[in-house]
Design a protein around this ligand. Structure first.
Ligand code: UD1
Ligand code: MG
Length: 474
């Protein structure tokens, strides 16, 4: 395909969002609206993207950078025509065609943009316009067709009378232009209309004056033309993408017993024969393998979960890796930087952070394991805590292969436990333990005979115990 450039109009403030954030920075499915539009342009094969930005542009510079785009600044929002003019002045490629997209229409798909490009070329038109037939077209510009079916005019709702309002075919704000036509005609736009703005849509009439045509392409799926102007429309757009994502995953062999109760962002991948149960939230670049079971209420962000692993209910994982066959939860918490080895077990109320947890190792109950390296087949008893922070710096705990840690142990880091060692329950470990040693670190137990009978006889009495006669002192 010949080189093609895109201009994304995104300088509008979006008053109806009632927000301090610029409209295009608001998230649809976890990504700024603008990101979705740029992604569609890229997917359609566009080489160069110019973003027309206004106030609050610093909030979306991340998107510009991600797509290697350029910024055109539109200081005053004088209308879509003025915005396109700003964008065109910054284009550097020599492409003969320009796709113009609205930053607030995030549901447009690459395939549709490609269709729009092809339609313009086929008819050698000045432009092609993506339109949609909507049950409720209110708020949109309406497409008036000429006798030959091409576009005769696009009229904004506010500028048109009742005849115009009856038209259900709307302008999506997505176009492909012949670049020379655009360059010639943008400076000729005027702002003689209700909003006193330079309308990009007035180019239609200018094309006809030049003896050229503007071809309409009706979107197969009317969702694609949706412009987002309010929080309600923002939620509706997220819902469209959520449902499309889940449908695609079901087609690829993933089971969702209750698809409507699950939220999955667009970049997540899930392998075949995995089961995603109700209330699960999968975010960011999470990659789930095959045959994985993720149970109710789990929240997984930017993680890898390998084949055959299982996340029991209400586990929360961020920036971590769970290897094959490992089982986590219920109520496991992996903070960033955890690597759970194959077939390992992480049980309820276990929190981990920056830890490599070896193959086949277990930490089944109530623990905090942070800044640690745990070997293979180690057993971490209930209530084990790594004391990794001394108030100023973080320190590492190293636990060797096959170490057995008794319950309620604290490791005061930095500390290393040699392989095969045994740590007795209730220890506070402050020094390294050699391999295969027994480490005991607790106050020795003292039993004082009949102390309760002598000092607190009411206590057993309250429990209905018969008090035995005191034993003679030895
Ligand atoms: C526009 C179209 C309308 C179409 C609708 C689709 C015009 C005149 N109207 O109306 O026909 O049905 O989109 O959603 O084009 N923008 C700028 N600078 C400006 C003005 C707007 O960058 O000075 C950007 C906005 O950020 C937005 C896009 O252009 O991303 C559309 O602007 P908006 O004000 O939402 O136009 P609509 O009234 O929705
Ligand atoms: Mg709009």
């Amino acid at each position: 395909m010949a080189e093609i450039s895109a201009i994304i109009l995104a300088a509008g403030q979006g008053k109806r969002m009632r927000s301090s954030l610029p409209k295009v920075a608001h998230a649809v499915s976890g990504k700024p609206m603008l990101w979705h539009v740029a992604q569609a342009a890229r997917g359609a094969g566009v080489a160069e993207i110019v973003f027309v930005l206004g106030k609050g542009r610093e909030k979306v510079l991340g998107v510009v950078e991600e797509f290697g785009g350029k910024v055109a600044i539109q200081e005053n929002q004088l209308g879509t025509g003025d915005a396109a003019r700003c964008g065109l002045s910054v284009l550097s490629s020599r492409a003969n065609e320009v796709v113009v997209l609205c930053g607030d229409a995030p549901l447009v798909r690459p395939r549709t943009i490609r269709g729009l490009i092809a339609a313009r070329r086929r008819r050698k038109a000045a432009a092609s316009v993506l339109t949609g037939i909507l049950p409720d077209p209110s708020g949109y510009g309406r497409v008036v067709r000429g006798p030959d079916g091409t576009v005769a005019r696009i009229v904004e709702e506010r500028d048109g009378g009742p005849e115009i309002r009856k038209i259900r075919e709307v302008n999506s704000g997505t176009y492909v232009f012949d670049r020379k036509f655009l360059r010639r005609n943008l400076p000729r736009l005027t702002d003689v209309n209700v909003q006193r703005e330079f309308y990009l849509t007035d180019l239609v009439v200018q094309a006809l004056q030049e003896g050229k045509i503007v071809v309409p392409v009706v979107a197969g799926n009317p969702d694609e033309v949706r412009g987002i102007n309010s929080r309600k429309e923002l939620a509706e757009a997220t819902e469209v993408l959520r449902r499309a994502k889940i449908d695609a995953l079901m087609d690829a062999g993933v089971t969702f017993p209750v698809p409507d109760g699950t939220y999955i962002e667009p970049e997540v991948s899930v392998g075949a024969d995995s089961v995603i149960e109700p209330g699960v939230v999968l975010l960011g670049k999470t990659r789930i393998g095959k045959g994985v079971r993720i149970q109710a209420g789990c929240v997984v962000e930017n993680c890898r979960v390998d084949d055959g692993a299982q996340l029991k209910p209400y586990s929360v994982l961020t920036d971590s890796h769970v290897r094959k066959g490992a089982i986590l939860g219920p109520f496991a918490h992996l903070r960033p930087g955890v690597d759970v080895g194959e077939d390992a077990r992480i049980g309820n109320f276990v929190e981990m952070k920056k830890t490599r947890f070896g193959k086949g190792s277990k930490a089944n109950h109530l623990s905090y394991i942070g800044d640690s390296i745990v070997g293979k087949k180690a057993n971490i008893g209930a209530g084990t805590i790594t004391c990794n922070f001394d108030g100023l710096a973080k320190h590492t705990t190293v636990i060797g292969d096959g170490v057995f840690v008794g319950s309620d142990t604290q490791f005061v880091a930095p500390v290393t436990i040699g392989k095969g060692a045994l740590v007795g329950a209730g220890a506070t470990i402050t020094r390294d333990v050699p391999p295969f040693a027994l480490a005991l670190a607790r106050v020795e137990q003292k039993n004082i005979a009949d102390w309760v009978i002598r000092k607190m006889p009411d206590l057993p009495r309250k429990a209905g115990l018969k008090i035995p006669p005191p034993k003679k002192k030895a």
